[in-house]
Design a protein around this ligand. Structure first.
Ligand code: NAD
Ligand code: TYD
Length: 351
């Protein structure tokens, strides 16, 4: 095998698209998916590639240092693409310690296992860490996050991701381990767990349930289609420079309210409902604690260096996403049971 890559969190939303990309394009790379299969990890996301000759799956927790070490010993990886994380801001407000464990301790374990396995010989090695723009904090109505923006995380989720980014930077500066970090804006698309705004709204609209909008709905996010993110990761994995960080964004800012109105129109059309019917489900609820007002990414660095830009316009991306959820009703039914119902009750009842 030309490369032996450990991908963590490959059963999650973004990870499953990254894995599919690599499996299909690089039959000479061995891809090992290491995933705890938390509520957010779902092997149904990978059914089409699970039998591939260059793919292995290991169920495991990145906080389990002995298991992580054993896996490095067995496979002798030359690269890591680290996506495993607790990823939902609202859950981080309810249970911050789980985020510290997985996102900070888990990342430290992986970095150290890689360093030991590579015995400080870093020729041909790479630790690629997938992170978020939320580490930069919150913007007012103007301005953009660049790679030089100071870190200013404000939720337990973003603070734990910032902590993990700092550890990755420390391994580059202290031990000269080749690392790359990318900080990406909000992703949307197929396979996203319906706790995040877009799939939650799609599920609720389909089932004629209220769509909870925090505060006045004037918070702004920059949305990127998940396959564009997966392609950017694949590109930076091959072309990025060790020790560098790269911002990835969609150039696609929407207030939450405008975004949901768009989604309602798309679903009215596709479900043959009367124009304006789904919008009636919009319900303004108590704001998120510490709710960041606006995220916006300046991705001119990867645009100039690698000619990267998002490939899909938002309308097409949203339509594809809605079509995927309408076609994959069983996937959705399977994930909105059990734990999801408990979380939903805790998060939204009496809000
Ligand atoms: P997700 O919640 O859909 O998936 C996370 C995956 O990690 C799941 O498969 C889960 O089982 C696994 N996991 C969680 N804890 C683990 C542990 N202790 N050990 C092993 N596996 C574990 O997340 P996502 O949206 O696909 O995000 C993936 C990565 O991208 C995360 O690092 C996230 O911070 C980052 N990111 C996400 C977005 C976004 O909009 N979703 C944007 C930028 C960056
Ligand atoms: P989310 O999808 O949780 O992503 P993040 O918090 O990481 O940006 O939320 C996107 C935006 O939507 C954010 O401003 C919070 C808001 N939101 C709601 O208004 N209602 C909801 O039920 C959820 C989940 C999010």
């Amino acid at each position: 095998m030309e490369k032996r890559i450990l991908i963590t969190g490959g059963a999650g939303f973004i990870g499953s698209h990254v894995i599919r990309n690599f499996i299909k394009k690089y039959p000479n790379y061995l891809i090992v998916n290491f995933d705890k299969l938390t509520y957010a990890g779902n092997l149904e996301n990978l059914v089409d590639i699970e039998a591939a000759d260059n793919y292995d799956f290991i169920k495991g927790d990145i906080t389990d240092i002995n298991l992580v070490k054993k896996v490095f010993e067995k496979y002798k990886f030359d690269s890591v693409i680290h996506l495993a994380a607790e990823s939902h801001v609202d859950r981080s407000i309810l249970d911050p310690l789980e985020f510290v464990q997985t996102n900070i301790i888990g990342t430290a374990n992986l970095l150290n296992a890689a360093k030991e396995s590579w015995a400080n010989d870093f020729e041909g090695k790479l630790f690629y860490h997938v992170s978020t723009d939320e580490v930069f904090g919150s913007l007012s109505k103007t301005g953009f996050f660049t790679e030089k923006t100071s870190y200013d995380p404000r939720s337990p989720y973003s603070a734990s991701k910032a902590g993990s980014d700092h550890l990755v930077r420390a391994y580059f500066h202290t031990y000269s381990m080749p690392t790359i970090i990318s900080n990406c804006s909000n992703n949307y698309g197929p396979n996203q767990f319906p706790e995040k705004l877009i799939p939650l709204a799609i599920n609720n609209i389909v089932n004629k349930k209220q769509i909870p909008i925090y505060g006045k709905g004037d918070n702004v996010r920059d949305w990127l289609y998940v396959l564009d993110h997966a392609n950017a990761i694949e590109m930076l994995f091959h072309k990025g420079e060790a020790g560098e960080t790269y911002n990835i964004g969609g150039d696609n800012e929407w207030t939450n309210l405008d975004l949901i109105r768009n989604l309602c129109q798309i679903l009215d059309d596709k479900l043959n409902r009367e124009k304006g019917e789904s919008e009636k489900l919009i319900t303004f609820v108590k704001d998120r604690e510490g709710h960041d007002l606006r995220y916006a990414i300046d991705f001119s660095k990867i645009n100039k260096q690698f000619d990267w830009k998002p490939s899909l316009d938002f309308k097409t991306g949203l339509e594809n996403t809605v079509d995927w959820y309408l076609t994959n009703k069983k996937w959705l039914e399977n994930v909105v049971s059990g734990d999801y119902l408990n979380f939903y009750k805790k998060q939204y009842d009496k809000r």
